[in-house]
Write a new protein. Structure first.
Length: 159
């Protein structure tokens, strides 16, 4: 639990034209933040990730997403946090998620830099570039293809 940092200018662009129109029409900041939180919640849902009593809030002034609830396992928890953080406009994620079954150790994380690919990352963490499928599988469904990573994206690196 705690704060995870992300690169604010990288990630899924969930707050596109529709969100900007809603923000302009919003009578106050709270309504704009609620609309952004709803967009992030919808994005998490489209990835097939669920948690009991999942609550996601967003503070646009600070760029902080707060996530609470109970994830079924450690991997799902980490994927939900990454979905929330790998969004353009999000600077940090405040992790208040519990885990129902803590059977696996927490993963490490890697922020992608220019020139990275999954093989290079696998070699750095596992000593073998052919271990890249572990990283790819650990980041599904956010990653659709092993070659589709971008600088600033944060990836789970399972143990």
């Amino acid at each position: 639990m705690g704060l995870m940092s992300f690169i604010k200018e990288a990630g899924e662009k969930l707050f596109g034209r529709e969100a900007k129109a809603a923000e302009a029409a919003a009578p106050d900041v709270d309504a704009a933040n609620a609309a952004a939180a709803a967009a992030i919640t919808t994005y998490v849902g489209t990835q097939g990730l669920t948690a009991d009593n999942l609550q996601i809030s967003f503070d646009g002034a600070s760029g902080i997403v707060t996530v609470s609830g109970t994830a079924p396992d450690q991997a799902t928890k980490e994927k939900i946090l990454l979905c929330c953080g790998n969004v353009h406009g999000v600077d940090q994620v405040d992790d208040n998620l519990a885990v129902a079954v803590a059977a696996e150790p927490p993963s490490r994380y890697h922020t992608v830099v220019s020139g990275d690919n999954l093989s290079k990352i696998a070699k750095a963490f596992y000593g073998n570039p052919n271990e890249y499928p572990k990283i790819f599988e650990a980041n599904k469904p956010m990653l659709k293809h092993p070659d589709k990573i971008y600088p600033g994206q944060v990836l789970r690196i399972p143990g």
